[in-house]
Design a protein around this ligand. Sequence first.
Ligand SMILES: Nc1ncnc2c1ncn2[C@@H]1O[C@H](COP(=O)(O)OP(=O)(O)OP(=O)(O)O)[C@@H](O)[C@H]1O
Ligand SMILES: [Mg+2]
Length: 474
Amino acid sequence: MFKTVDLLIVEDDESMVKVLERIAKEYKWNYRIAKSGAEALEIFNREVIEVALVDIKLPGFSGLQILEHVKQNRFITEIILMTGVGTVETAVSAIKMGAYDYLTKPFDDIRKVGTLVEKAKERYQLLHKIRELERQNVDQYEFEGIIGRSPKMQEVYRIIEAISPTDSTVLITGDSGTGKELVATAIHRRSNRKDKPLVVINCSAIPEQLLESELFGHKRGSFTGAIADKRGLFEEADTGTIFLDEIGEVSLAIQVKLLRVLQEGEVRAIGSNTSKRVHVRLLAATNKDLAKLIKEGKFREDLYYRLNVINIYLPRLKERAEDISLLAYHFLRKHSAKLKKRVEKFSVYVLQTLQNYEWVGNVRELENVIERAVVLVNGDTIYAKDLPPQILGQSYYVTEEAGPKDLTKFPYQEAKDRALASFNRTYLASLLKQTSGNISIASERAGMDRSNFKKIIRRYNIDIGEFKLIRMKE
Ligand SMILES: Nc1ncnc2c1ncn2[C@@H]1O[C@H](COP(=O)(O)OP(=O)(O)OP(=O)(O)O)[C@@H](O)[C@H]1O
Ligand SMILES: [Mg+2]
Protein backbone atom coordinates (compact mmCIF):
# COMPACT_ATOMS: atom_id res chain seq x y z
CA MET A 1 0.00 0.00 0.00
CA PHE A 2 1.12 3.53 -0.62
CA LYS A 3 1.67 5.94 2.18
CA THR A 4 -0.60 8.94 2.51
CA VAL A 5 -0.03 12.20 4.34
CA ASP A 6 -1.99 12.08 7.59
CA LEU A 7 -2.23 15.80 8.07
CA LEU A 8 -1.68 18.94 6.08
CA ILE A 9 -1.40 22.08 8.19
CA VAL A 10 -2.40 25.20 6.26
CA GLU A 11 -1.59 28.16 8.44
CA ASP A 12 0.41 31.37 8.02
CA ASP A 13 0.85 32.17 11.69
CA GLU A 14 4.22 30.81 12.87
CA SER A 15 3.29 30.28 16.51
CA MET A 16 0.12 28.45 15.53
CA VAL A 17 2.13 26.22 13.19
CA LYS A 18 4.40 25.32 16.11
CA VAL A 19 1.46 24.33 18.29
CA LEU A 20 0.00 22.13 15.57
CA GLU A 21 3.34 20.58 14.73
CA ARG A 22 3.72 19.58 18.35
CA ILE A 23 0.38 17.79 18.27
CA ALA A 24 1.27 16.12 14.97
CA LYS A 25 4.53 14.81 16.40
CA GLU A 26 2.84 13.56 19.52
CA TYR A 27 0.41 11.54 17.41
CA LYS A 28 3.23 10.45 15.10
CA TRP A 29 1.38 11.73 12.06
CA ASN A 30 3.12 12.08 8.75
CA TYR A 31 2.43 15.78 8.15
CA ARG A 32 3.11 18.69 5.79
CA ILE A 33 2.99 22.43 6.32
CA ALA A 34 1.72 25.03 3.84
CA LYS A 35 1.97 28.70 4.69
CA SER A 36 -0.27 29.99 1.94
CA GLY A 37 -3.26 28.82 -0.05
CA ALA A 38 -1.17 28.45 -3.18
CA GLU A 39 1.33 26.24 -1.38
CA ALA A 40 -1.54 24.12 -0.07
CA LEU A 41 -3.03 23.60 -3.53
CA GLU A 42 0.34 22.52 -4.81
CA ILE A 43 0.61 19.89 -2.09
CA PHE A 44 -2.95 18.74 -2.76
CA ASN A 45 -2.12 18.17 -6.39
CA ARG A 46 1.00 16.25 -5.54
CA GLU A 47 0.19 14.13 -2.52
CA VAL A 48 -2.69 12.21 -1.08
CA ILE A 49 -3.85 13.99 2.07
CA GLU A 50 -6.13 12.39 4.63
CA VAL A 51 -6.95 15.44 6.73
CA ALA A 52 -6.19 19.13 6.32
CA LEU A 53 -6.35 21.70 9.11
CA VAL A 54 -6.97 24.92 7.27
CA ASP A 55 -6.90 28.46 8.58
CA ILE A 56 -9.81 30.43 7.18
CA LYS A 57 -7.80 33.62 6.70
CA LEU A 58 -4.81 33.00 4.50
CA PRO A 59 -2.69 35.02 2.14
CA GLY A 60 -3.62 34.21 -1.46
CA PHE A 61 -6.48 31.71 -1.41
CA SER A 62 -8.82 31.68 1.52
CA GLY A 63 -9.55 28.54 3.50
CA LEU A 64 -12.94 28.38 1.80
CA GLN A 65 -11.39 28.40 -1.64
CA ILE A 66 -9.19 25.50 -0.62
CA LEU A 67 -12.26 23.65 0.58
CA GLU A 68 -13.94 24.35 -2.73
CA HIS A 69 -10.94 23.11 -4.69
CA VAL A 70 -10.84 19.88 -2.72
CA LYS A 71 -14.54 19.20 -3.14
CA GLN A 72 -14.58 20.09 -6.83
CA ASN A 73 -11.73 17.74 -7.55
CA ARG A 74 -13.40 14.99 -5.60
CA PHE A 75 -10.42 14.51 -3.34
CA ILE A 76 -11.73 12.75 -0.27
CA THR A 77 -9.51 14.73 2.08
CA GLU A 78 -11.41 15.78 5.20
CA ILE A 79 -11.08 19.48 5.87
CA ILE A 80 -11.17 21.01 9.34
CA LEU A 81 -11.25 24.79 9.28
CA MET A 82 -9.67 26.96 11.95
CA THR A 83 -11.38 30.23 12.67
CA GLY A 84 -10.44 33.23 14.72
CA VAL A 85 -12.97 35.38 16.52
CA GLY A 86 -15.49 36.83 14.13
CA THR A 87 -15.24 34.17 11.43
CA VAL A 88 -17.34 31.50 13.10
CA GLU A 89 -20.26 32.25 10.81
CA THR A 90 -18.10 31.57 7.77
CA ALA A 91 -17.06 28.30 9.38
CA VAL A 92 -20.67 27.24 9.74
CA SER A 93 -21.35 27.83 6.07
CA ALA A 94 -18.14 25.92 5.33
CA ILE A 95 -19.66 22.87 6.97
CA LYS A 96 -22.56 23.17 4.60
CA MET A 97 -20.01 23.12 1.78
CA GLY A 98 -18.69 19.81 3.03
CA ALA A 99 -16.03 20.66 5.63
CA TYR A 100 -15.67 18.01 8.34
CA ASP A 101 -15.73 20.43 11.26
CA TYR A 102 -14.21 23.64 12.57
CA LEU A 103 -12.04 24.69 15.49
CA THR A 104 -11.97 28.10 17.14
CA LYS A 105 -8.61 29.71 17.83
CA PRO A 106 -7.00 29.99 20.27
CA PHE A 107 -7.68 26.35 21.25
CA ASP A 108 -9.03 26.01 24.77
CA ASP A 109 -8.06 22.36 24.93
CA ILE A 110 -5.26 21.07 22.74
CA ARG A 111 -6.27 17.43 23.18
CA LYS A 112 -9.52 18.15 21.38
CA VAL A 113 -7.56 19.03 18.25
CA GLY A 114 -5.88 15.64 18.29
CA THR A 115 -9.07 13.66 18.74
CA LEU A 116 -10.89 15.64 16.10
CA VAL A 117 -8.16 14.99 13.53
CA GLU A 118 -8.17 11.30 14.46
CA LYS A 119 -11.91 11.12 13.92
CA ALA A 120 -11.60 12.86 10.56
CA LYS A 121 -8.88 10.39 9.60
CA GLU A 122 -11.21 7.50 10.35
CA ARG A 123 -13.83 8.98 8.10
CA TYR A 124 -11.28 9.48 5.35
CA GLN A 125 -10.20 5.86 5.59
CA LEU A 126 -13.77 4.69 5.35
CA LEU A 127 -14.41 6.78 2.24
CA HIS A 128 -11.15 5.57 0.80
CA LYS A 129 -12.18 1.97 1.31
CA ILE A 130 -15.48 2.64 -0.42
CA ARG A 131 -13.67 4.20 -3.36
CA GLU A 132 -11.38 1.19 -3.59
CA LEU A 133 -14.34 -1.15 -3.64
CA GLU A 134 -15.92 0.87 -6.41
CA ARG A 135 -12.71 0.75 -8.34
CA GLN A 136 -12.75 -3.02 -8.28
CA ASN A 137 -16.21 -3.02 -9.68
CA VAL A 138 -15.87 -1.67 -13.18
CA ASP A 139 -18.12 -4.48 -14.36
CA GLN A 140 -20.87 -3.49 -12.05
CA TYR A 141 -21.16 -0.17 -13.85
CA GLU A 142 -21.16 -1.64 -17.31
CA PHE A 143 -24.27 -1.52 -19.45
CA GLU A 144 -24.04 -2.96 -22.98
CA GLY A 145 -20.38 -1.98 -23.17
CA ILE A 146 -21.07 1.49 -21.81
CA ILE A 147 -19.18 2.31 -18.63
CA GLY A 148 -20.36 4.89 -16.11
CA ARG A 149 -21.49 5.16 -12.53
CA SER A 150 -22.47 8.82 -12.50
CA PRO A 151 -26.13 9.54 -11.88
CA LYS A 152 -26.21 11.13 -15.34
CA MET A 153 -25.11 7.90 -17.02
CA GLN A 154 -27.39 5.81 -14.83
CA GLU A 155 -30.22 7.95 -16.14
CA VAL A 156 -29.05 7.29 -19.71
CA TYR A 157 -29.14 3.52 -19.02
CA ARG A 158 -32.62 3.86 -17.61
CA ILE A 159 -33.87 5.61 -20.75
CA ILE A 160 -32.19 3.08 -23.05
CA GLU A 161 -33.77 0.26 -21.14
CA ALA A 162 -37.20 1.82 -21.34
CA ILE A 163 -37.20 2.77 -25.01
CA SER A 164 -35.24 -0.04 -26.64
CA PRO A 165 -38.15 -2.47 -27.06
CA THR A 166 -40.32 0.19 -28.72
CA ASP A 167 -40.08 1.31 -32.34
CA SER A 168 -39.66 4.98 -31.44
CA THR A 169 -37.24 7.17 -33.30
CA VAL A 170 -34.42 8.34 -31.04
CA LEU A 171 -32.21 11.40 -31.36
CA ILE A 172 -28.91 11.01 -29.55
CA THR A 173 -27.12 14.26 -28.83
CA GLY A 174 -23.87 15.20 -27.15
CA ASP A 175 -20.38 16.45 -27.88
CA SER A 176 -17.88 14.57 -29.94
CA GLY A 177 -16.56 11.44 -28.24
CA THR A 178 -19.27 11.16 -25.59
CA GLY A 179 -20.43 7.73 -26.75
CA LYS A 180 -23.35 8.40 -29.11
CA GLU A 181 -22.58 5.49 -31.39
CA LEU A 182 -22.18 3.20 -28.41
CA VAL A 183 -25.67 4.19 -27.24
CA ALA A 184 -27.17 3.59 -30.68
CA THR A 185 -25.66 0.10 -30.71
CA ALA A 186 -26.98 -0.57 -27.22
CA ILE A 187 -30.51 0.42 -28.22
CA HIS A 188 -30.45 -1.95 -31.17
CA ARG A 189 -29.04 -4.81 -29.13
CA ARG A 190 -31.71 -4.47 -26.49
CA SER A 191 -34.55 -4.19 -28.99
CA ASN A 192 -36.71 -6.91 -30.52
CA ARG A 193 -34.83 -6.25 -33.74
CA LYS A 194 -31.53 -7.41 -32.28
CA ASP A 195 -31.26 -10.37 -34.64
CA LYS A 196 -32.03 -8.14 -37.63
CA PRO A 197 -29.49 -5.85 -39.29
CA LEU A 198 -28.16 -2.66 -37.71
CA VAL A 199 -27.04 -0.41 -40.56
CA VAL A 200 -24.78 2.45 -39.59
CA ILE A 201 -24.09 5.37 -41.87
CA ASN A 202 -22.02 8.45 -41.17
CA CYS A 203 -23.82 11.15 -43.15
CA SER A 204 -20.93 13.61 -43.01
CA ALA A 205 -18.49 11.19 -44.62
CA ILE A 206 -20.37 10.88 -47.92
CA PRO A 207 -20.91 13.55 -50.62
CA GLU A 208 -24.52 14.62 -51.04
CA GLN A 209 -25.21 13.02 -54.43
CA LEU A 210 -23.82 9.73 -53.26
CA LEU A 211 -25.56 9.88 -49.89
CA GLU A 212 -28.97 10.01 -51.51
CA SER A 213 -28.28 6.93 -53.57
CA GLU A 214 -26.67 5.18 -50.59
CA LEU A 215 -29.73 5.76 -48.45
CA PHE A 216 -32.52 5.23 -50.94
CA GLY A 217 -30.90 3.30 -53.78
CA HIS A 218 -31.03 4.06 -57.50
CA LYS A 219 -32.23 2.68 -60.81
CA ARG A 220 -29.85 1.73 -63.53
CA GLY A 221 -29.22 4.71 -65.83
CA SER A 222 -30.75 7.25 -63.43
CA PHE A 223 -27.50 9.23 -63.47
CA THR A 224 -24.08 8.93 -65.09
CA GLY A 225 -22.31 6.03 -63.50
CA ALA A 226 -25.48 4.27 -62.36
CA ILE A 227 -24.63 1.13 -64.30
CA ALA A 228 -26.94 -1.17 -62.37
CA ASP A 229 -29.88 -1.05 -59.96
CA LYS A 230 -28.76 -0.53 -56.39
CA ARG A 231 -30.62 -1.19 -53.16
CA GLY A 232 -30.49 1.59 -50.61
CA LEU A 233 -29.49 1.22 -46.97
CA PHE A 234 -33.07 1.68 -45.81
CA GLU A 235 -33.93 -1.47 -47.72
CA GLU A 236 -30.87 -3.24 -46.33
CA ALA A 237 -32.02 -2.30 -42.85
CA ASP A 238 -35.59 -3.49 -43.44
CA THR A 239 -37.04 -5.08 -40.27
CA GLY A 240 -33.94 -3.87 -38.43
CA THR A 241 -32.45 -0.54 -37.38
CA ILE A 242 -30.74 2.24 -39.28
CA PHE A 243 -28.42 4.63 -37.46
CA LEU A 244 -27.86 7.97 -39.18
CA ASP A 245 -24.79 9.46 -37.57
CA GLU A 246 -24.03 13.20 -37.93
CA ILE A 247 -27.58 13.92 -39.07
CA GLY A 248 -26.88 17.65 -38.70
CA GLU A 249 -24.71 17.49 -41.82
CA VAL A 250 -27.46 16.28 -44.15
CA SER A 251 -28.60 18.61 -46.98
CA LEU A 252 -32.11 20.07 -47.06
CA ALA A 253 -32.96 18.01 -50.14
CA ILE A 254 -32.19 14.76 -48.37
CA GLN A 255 -33.96 15.98 -45.24
CA VAL A 256 -37.19 16.13 -47.28
CA LYS A 257 -36.71 12.51 -48.32
CA LEU A 258 -35.98 11.41 -44.77
CA LEU A 259 -39.13 13.12 -43.59
CA ARG A 260 -41.04 11.10 -46.17
CA VAL A 261 -39.62 7.83 -44.90
CA LEU A 262 -40.54 8.75 -41.36
CA GLN A 263 -44.05 9.84 -42.28
CA GLU A 264 -45.00 7.23 -44.85
CA GLY A 265 -42.64 4.38 -44.06
CA GLU A 266 -41.73 4.30 -47.74
CA VAL A 267 -38.58 4.83 -49.78
CA ARG A 268 -38.22 5.67 -53.42
CA ALA A 269 -34.99 4.92 -55.25
CA ILE A 270 -33.46 7.61 -57.49
CA GLY A 271 -34.94 7.27 -60.96
CA SER A 272 -37.77 5.03 -59.83
CA ASN A 273 -41.45 5.96 -59.98
CA THR A 274 -42.64 3.50 -57.38
CA SER A 275 -42.13 3.43 -53.63
CA LYS A 276 -41.27 0.51 -51.40
CA ARG A 277 -42.50 -0.07 -47.87
CA VAL A 278 -39.82 -0.53 -45.26
CA HIS A 279 -40.10 -1.37 -41.57
CA VAL A 280 -37.06 0.33 -40.21
CA ARG A 281 -36.41 1.82 -36.85
CA LEU A 282 -34.49 5.06 -37.13
CA LEU A 283 -31.84 6.25 -34.71
CA ALA A 284 -29.98 9.50 -35.37
CA ALA A 285 -27.11 11.31 -33.69
CA THR A 286 -25.53 14.72 -33.87
CA ASN A 287 -23.07 16.87 -31.99
CA LYS A 288 -24.59 19.97 -33.59
CA ASP A 289 -27.11 22.24 -31.96
CA LEU A 290 -30.11 21.44 -34.16
CA ALA A 291 -32.22 24.25 -32.71
CA LYS A 292 -29.58 26.66 -33.95
CA LEU A 293 -29.45 25.03 -37.38
CA ILE A 294 -33.24 25.37 -37.60
CA LYS A 295 -32.98 29.11 -36.88
CA GLU A 296 -30.33 29.43 -39.55
CA GLY A 297 -32.59 27.61 -42.01
CA LYS A 298 -30.22 24.68 -42.36
CA PHE A 299 -32.39 22.07 -40.69
CA ARG A 300 -36.07 21.37 -41.19
CA GLU A 301 -38.12 21.88 -38.09
CA ASP A 302 -40.68 19.23 -39.06
CA LEU A 303 -37.92 16.65 -39.48
CA TYR A 304 -36.47 17.66 -36.14
CA TYR A 305 -39.74 16.91 -34.36
CA ARG A 306 -40.04 13.57 -36.13
CA LEU A 307 -36.53 12.60 -35.05
CA ASN A 308 -36.67 13.98 -31.56
CA VAL A 309 -39.47 11.74 -30.32
CA ILE A 310 -37.05 10.58 -27.67
CA ASN A 311 -33.90 12.46 -26.89
CA ILE A 312 -30.88 10.97 -25.19
CA TYR A 313 -28.32 13.57 -24.21
CA LEU A 314 -24.84 12.39 -23.37
CA PRO A 315 -23.13 14.73 -20.93
CA ARG A 316 -19.53 15.84 -21.42
CA LEU A 317 -17.00 13.75 -19.53
CA LYS A 318 -16.09 16.72 -17.35
CA GLU A 319 -19.72 16.89 -16.21
CA ARG A 320 -19.50 13.31 -14.90
CA ALA A 321 -16.08 13.37 -13.28
CA GLU A 322 -16.91 10.33 -11.16
CA ASP A 323 -16.75 8.22 -14.33
CA ILE A 324 -13.19 9.22 -15.21
CA SER A 325 -11.23 6.77 -13.04
CA LEU A 326 -13.69 4.00 -13.81
CA LEU A 327 -13.26 4.55 -17.55
CA ALA A 328 -9.49 4.86 -17.15
CA TYR A 329 -9.35 1.39 -15.53
CA HIS A 330 -11.70 0.01 -18.15
CA PHE A 331 -9.48 1.22 -21.00
CA LEU A 332 -6.37 0.09 -19.16
CA ARG A 333 -7.78 -3.41 -19.02
CA LYS A 334 -9.01 -3.30 -22.61
CA HIS A 335 -5.79 -2.08 -24.18
CA SER A 336 -3.39 -4.08 -22.07
CA ALA A 337 -5.30 -7.21 -23.06
CA LYS A 338 -5.23 -6.14 -26.70
CA LEU A 339 -1.50 -5.50 -26.61
CA LYS A 340 -0.87 -8.54 -24.41
CA LYS A 341 0.93 -6.39 -21.83
CA ARG A 342 0.52 -6.75 -18.10
CA VAL A 343 -0.29 -3.20 -17.09
CA GLU A 344 -2.58 -2.93 -14.11
CA LYS A 345 -2.04 0.29 -12.19
CA PHE A 346 -1.90 4.04 -12.35
CA SER A 347 0.23 6.13 -10.03
CA VAL A 348 -1.81 8.29 -7.67
CA TYR A 349 -0.50 11.34 -9.45
CA VAL A 350 -1.67 10.04 -12.82
CA LEU A 351 -5.16 9.32 -11.50
CA GLN A 352 -5.40 12.79 -10.03
CA THR A 353 -4.16 14.32 -13.27
CA LEU A 354 -6.72 12.43 -15.33
CA GLN A 355 -9.38 13.46 -12.86
CA ASN A 356 -8.57 17.16 -13.20
CA TYR A 357 -8.09 17.39 -16.94
CA GLU A 358 -10.63 19.15 -19.19
CA TRP A 359 -11.27 16.30 -21.71
CA VAL A 360 -12.60 18.40 -24.58
CA GLY A 361 -12.49 15.23 -26.69
CA ASN A 362 -14.44 13.42 -23.96
CA VAL A 363 -14.32 9.63 -23.61
CA ARG A 364 -12.61 9.16 -26.97
CA GLU A 365 -9.74 11.43 -25.90
CA LEU A 366 -9.41 9.58 -22.58
CA GLU A 367 -9.31 6.26 -24.38
CA ASN A 368 -6.61 7.52 -26.75
CA VAL A 369 -4.52 8.76 -23.86
CA ILE A 370 -4.73 5.43 -22.04
CA GLU A 371 -4.07 3.42 -25.18
CA ARG A 372 -0.96 5.50 -25.89
CA ALA A 373 0.21 5.07 -22.31
CA VAL A 374 -0.21 1.29 -22.50
CA VAL A 375 1.85 1.25 -25.69
CA LEU A 376 4.63 3.32 -24.14
CA VAL A 377 4.81 1.93 -20.63
CA ASN A 378 7.51 -0.39 -19.37
CA GLY A 379 6.36 -2.43 -16.44
CA ASP A 380 2.96 -2.73 -14.84
CA THR A 381 2.28 0.87 -13.81
CA ILE A 382 1.32 3.97 -15.78
CA TYR A 383 3.37 6.94 -14.58
CA ALA A 384 3.13 10.58 -15.55
CA LYS A 385 5.90 10.16 -18.09
CA ASP A 386 3.59 7.86 -20.05
CA LEU A 387 1.01 10.61 -20.49
CA PRO A 388 1.17 13.13 -23.34
CA PRO A 389 2.55 16.54 -22.32
CA GLN A 390 -0.69 18.47 -22.83
CA ILE A 391 -2.36 16.35 -20.14
CA LEU A 392 0.39 16.98 -17.64
CA GLY A 393 0.38 20.77 -17.71
CA GLN A 394 3.29 22.71 -16.38
CA SER A 395 3.78 21.49 -12.85
CA TYR A 396 5.27 18.24 -14.02
CA TYR A 397 8.92 17.66 -14.69
CA VAL A 398 10.14 14.64 -16.56
CA THR A 399 11.37 12.01 -14.13
CA GLU A 400 13.58 10.34 -16.62
CA GLU A 401 15.15 13.45 -17.96
CA ALA A 402 18.48 12.31 -19.29
CA GLY A 403 20.12 15.69 -19.49
CA PRO A 404 21.67 17.11 -22.62
CA LYS A 405 23.40 14.56 -24.77
CA ASP A 406 26.43 16.67 -25.53
CA LEU A 407 27.72 18.31 -22.40
CA THR A 408 30.69 19.85 -24.17
CA LYS A 409 28.32 22.58 -25.27
CA PHE A 410 28.63 23.95 -21.75
CA PRO A 411 31.50 25.32 -19.72
CA TYR A 412 33.01 22.75 -17.34
CA GLN A 413 31.21 23.84 -14.18
CA GLU A 414 27.79 23.99 -15.80
CA ALA A 415 28.29 20.68 -17.55
CA LYS A 416 29.22 19.10 -14.26
CA ASP A 417 26.18 20.57 -12.49
CA ARG A 418 23.90 19.31 -15.22
CA ALA A 419 25.38 15.85 -15.20
CA LEU A 420 25.10 15.74 -11.43
CA ALA A 421 21.50 16.89 -11.45
CA SER A 422 20.66 14.37 -14.10
CA PHE A 423 22.38 11.59 -12.16
CA ASN A 424 20.56 12.56 -8.97
CA ARG A 425 17.18 12.56 -10.60
CA THR A 426 17.66 9.25 -12.31
CA TYR A 427 19.07 7.66 -9.19
CA LEU A 428 16.37 8.97 -6.86
CA ALA A 429 13.57 8.25 -9.29
CA SER A 430 14.71 4.66 -9.78
CA LEU A 431 14.96 4.08 -6.04
CA LEU A 432 11.54 5.58 -5.42
CA LYS A 433 10.07 3.56 -8.21
CA GLN A 434 11.40 0.33 -6.74
CA THR A 435 10.00 1.21 -3.34
CA SER A 436 6.67 2.65 -4.51
CA GLY A 437 7.56 6.01 -3.05
CA ASN A 438 8.32 4.71 0.42
CA ILE A 439 10.89 7.18 1.71
CA SER A 440 11.94 5.07 4.69
CA ILE A 441 12.87 2.07 2.57
CA ALA A 442 14.36 4.18 -0.23
CA SER A 443 16.57 6.17 2.13
CA GLU A 444 17.70 2.98 3.81
CA ARG A 445 18.72 1.51 0.49
CA ALA A 446 20.55 4.71 -0.36
CA GLY A 447 22.37 4.47 2.96
CA MET A 448 21.22 7.94 3.94
CA ASP A 449 19.16 9.11 6.81
CA ARG A 450 15.57 9.87 6.11
CA SER A 451 15.70 13.62 6.57
CA ASN A 452 18.72 14.07 4.30
CA PHE A 453 17.10 11.90 1.73
CA LYS A 454 13.98 14.00 1.86
CA LYS A 455 16.06 17.12 1.47
CA ILE A 456 17.62 16.03 -1.79
CA ILE A 457 14.29 14.83 -3.08
CA ARG A 458 12.96 18.27 -2.45
CA ARG A 459 16.03 19.93 -3.94
CA TYR A 460 15.54 18.04 -7.19
CA ASN A 461 11.86 18.74 -7.08
CA ILE A 462 10.87 15.10 -7.27
CA ASP A 463 7.24 14.32 -6.88
CA ILE A 464 6.74 11.39 -4.51
CA GLY A 465 3.06 11.09 -5.41
CA GLU A 466 4.30 9.87 -8.79
CA PHE A 467 5.61 6.69 -7.25
CA LYS A 468 2.80 5.77 -4.94
CA LEU A 469 0.45 3.18 -6.28
CA ILE A 470 -3.13 2.21 -6.30
CA ARG A 471 -3.59 -1.32 -7.43
CA MET A 472 -6.74 -2.56 -9.07
CA LYS A 473 -7.77 -5.93 -7.76
CA GLU A 474 -8.88 -8.54 -10.24
N1 LIG B 1 -19.31 5.35 -21.50
C1 LIG B 1 -18.40 4.73 -22.26
N2 LIG B 1 -17.88 3.54 -21.86
C2 LIG B 1 -16.96 2.92 -22.59
N3 LIG B 1 -16.47 3.38 -23.75
C3 LIG B 1 -16.95 4.54 -24.21
C4 LIG B 1 -17.94 5.27 -23.50
N4 LIG B 1 -18.22 6.39 -24.18
C5 LIG B 1 -17.45 6.36 -25.28
N5 LIG B 1 -16.67 5.26 -25.31
C6 LIG B 1 -15.67 4.92 -26.34
O1 LIG B 1 -15.15 6.15 -26.81
C7 LIG B 1 -15.06 6.16 -28.22
C8 LIG B 1 -15.97 7.24 -28.79
O2 LIG B 1 -17.32 6.87 -28.62
P1 LIG B 1 -18.41 7.10 -29.77
O3 LIG B 1 -17.82 6.85 -31.11
O4 LIG B 1 -19.63 6.35 -29.39
O5 LIG B 1 -18.61 8.66 -29.56
P2 LIG B 1 -19.50 9.68 -30.41
O6 LIG B 1 -20.31 10.45 -29.43
O7 LIG B 1 -20.21 8.94 -31.50
O8 LIG B 1 -18.39 10.65 -30.99
P3 LIG B 1 -18.42 11.53 -32.37
O9 LIG B 1 -19.46 12.60 -32.19
O10 LIG B 1 -17.04 12.09 -32.41
O11 LIG B 1 -18.74 10.57 -33.46
C9 LIG B 1 -15.42 4.77 -28.68
O12 LIG B 1 -14.24 4.01 -28.80
C10 LIG B 1 -16.28 4.24 -27.55
O13 LIG B 1 -16.19 2.85 -27.48
MG1 LIG C 1 -19.99 9.10 -33.56
